[in-house]
Design a protein around this ligand. Sequence first.
Ligand SMILES: Cc1cc2nc3c(=O)[nH]c(=O)nc-3n(C[C@H](O)[C@H](O)[C@H](O)COP(=O)(O)OP(=O)(O)OC[C@H]3O[C@@H](n4cnc5c(N)ncnc54)[C@H](O)[C@@H]3O)c2cc1C
Length: 597
Amino acid sequence: MPIYKAPLRDMKFVMQELFESSQQSSLSGSENVSEQDMDMILAEAAKFCENILFPLNLSGDTEGCHWENKEVRTPKGFKEAYQEFVSSGWASLACEPEYGGQGLPETIALAVEEMVCSSNLSFGLYPGLTRGAYQLLLKHGTDELKQHYLPKMVEGVWSGTMCLTEPHCGTDLGLVRTKAVSQSDGSYKITGTKIFISSGEHDLTENIIHFVLARTPEGPSGIRGVSLFLVPKFLTDDNKEIKQRNTVYCDSIERKMGLKGSSTCVLSFEDATGWLVGSLYKGVANMFTMMNNERLAVGNQGLGIAEIAYQNALSYAKERLQGRALTGVKHPEKNADPIIVHPDVRKMLLTMKTYNEGNRMLGTWVALHIMRSQKAENAVEREEADEFVQLMTPVVKAFMTDCGTEVASLGVQVYGGHGYIHEYGMEQYMRDARIAQIYEGTNGVQALDLVGRKIPTATGRYLRRFFHPVYGYIQEKQGDAFLAEFVGPLQKAFERLQQATITLAQRGLSNPDEIGAAASDYLRLIALTAHAYLWTKACEVAYKKKTGQESAFYESKIATARFFMQKILPQTSSLFACIMSGSKPLMEMKEEAFGPF
Ligand SMILES: Cc1cc2nc3c(=O)[nH]c(=O)nc-3n(C[C@H](O)[C@H](O)[C@H](O)COP(=O)(O)OP(=O)(O)OC[C@H]3O[C@@H](n4cnc5c(N)ncnc54)[C@H](O)[C@@H]3O)c2cc1C
């Protein structure tokens, strides 16, 4: 049976030792939250995830969701777990106190979400989407809409969805056909079909608040004519009591590869009543508020799955006896050595470990900038932090979810044939991880967003929010004897990234295919460089503490960083070569040459 233990020690390292915890508390306006308080909150969340959510993961996958008469029943135990989730306050951690939230640092919410995703990703989607919907309404809703809907969403009694996708319209949102017709009372009638809607219908909450992209008949065509509407499942009176059923129905749910405990719904809107959110025709831009938050959350899903895959693979590798170590018998008392003695198995485990710990640092780094972008006192600091978040959002989404699938797949490999068998849990992690590379904008589209939009913005100003601290740090640490083994490879990766950026900027001017052809490689290059920077900083902390009480923990950090620098970071060299080879090998190929032959 699979195991899960929340990685509290590493979370503490990232939140309190690598980054300053007092800054997180003061930015969120909760100065009185001490490091001990943070530890306590995370320890309680760990208990909930390990004892309540995790035991429902395998059973939820086996049972799946049930659809009958346009209603959806979640797997056994989900409803009770959700009640406990909400009553324990896990839904409202980082939400604004004005609407009933606890106003805690975003970094705490991120760590709790990681635990939820590790222990039961399907379950995590229900509150996860509500949090995105909350952010969207908070930023773009009128006071009236906010007062009516936010408190119940923060409480977790009402949940949220994001309704973009239609049968003919996925990545290209300019193709949206769902129609919105304005009414004399200021509301709209919404008609159309949305597909693949996560948490579109379920039995966990009293009401479901859909955020729907639709177009008004008089608006311009394409993406410039799309607006955003709030459409509740139940219409409510001024006291927020359920008044009547709105005409939005779940026609079916999808049978799918993974995430079986999460309902993925076909929703039909049949003249359903809705209200405009934000300005008319700004629907896609406004929806991006939610999508940016969701993209960070989805990156965190990749980490959550990767963490549980690593924990199980590690435990298995220490127990499974096969063959003998190449350098001689390690456990003569046993009839074979545990597979962790084999270099190839170690390589798999260390790859998993480095990606996970690196991504935990990366996600928290970005979450910290989100807090700064919203709450820093100084407007310039807020703006600069926002530019960093804009730049790194596609990186976090795509790289962390790519790692999620890669790590889950390595987990299966460490288990050998047992990894392919349902009861060991590893194959579920692989199936569950896969969708995170697709939804919230495919990873290919994230890469295009990074290279085609974020990098050229304001002639590279966003990029400088990343380049400047990294370059400054490399300069500062030149000649540092302890850190030399890390700073050297970091500098090389950084120089490759600089060179690739200049080349792409030049080539892209005359040929946009150069951007498209290099985008995914470039995204991985910047992500690995960010990891190298964070690993070097982590080692700086670890060196200072490695002779203390927790020497084993800090020694492990340094050894893991060494593996990263020597075995993973060299990927930047091949990524650089691929970027430099340009678009011709892709674009000169005639379409007929692809076959079939
Ligand atoms: C389990 C699940 C849950 C989901 N949840 C939601 C939800 O809650 N709400 C919601 O609205 N949607 C949801 N989706 C839909 C999801 O967001 C889309 O599937 C995704 O955005 C991709 O759209 P598509 O499937 O139409 O693929 P397409 O857009 O048809 O893309 C197909 C391929 O072409 C590539 N491609 C497309 N356009 C370009 C381009 N311009 N440049 C380069 N490559 C391109 C893509 O990267 C992809 O590889 C969910 C989907 C699933 C399976």
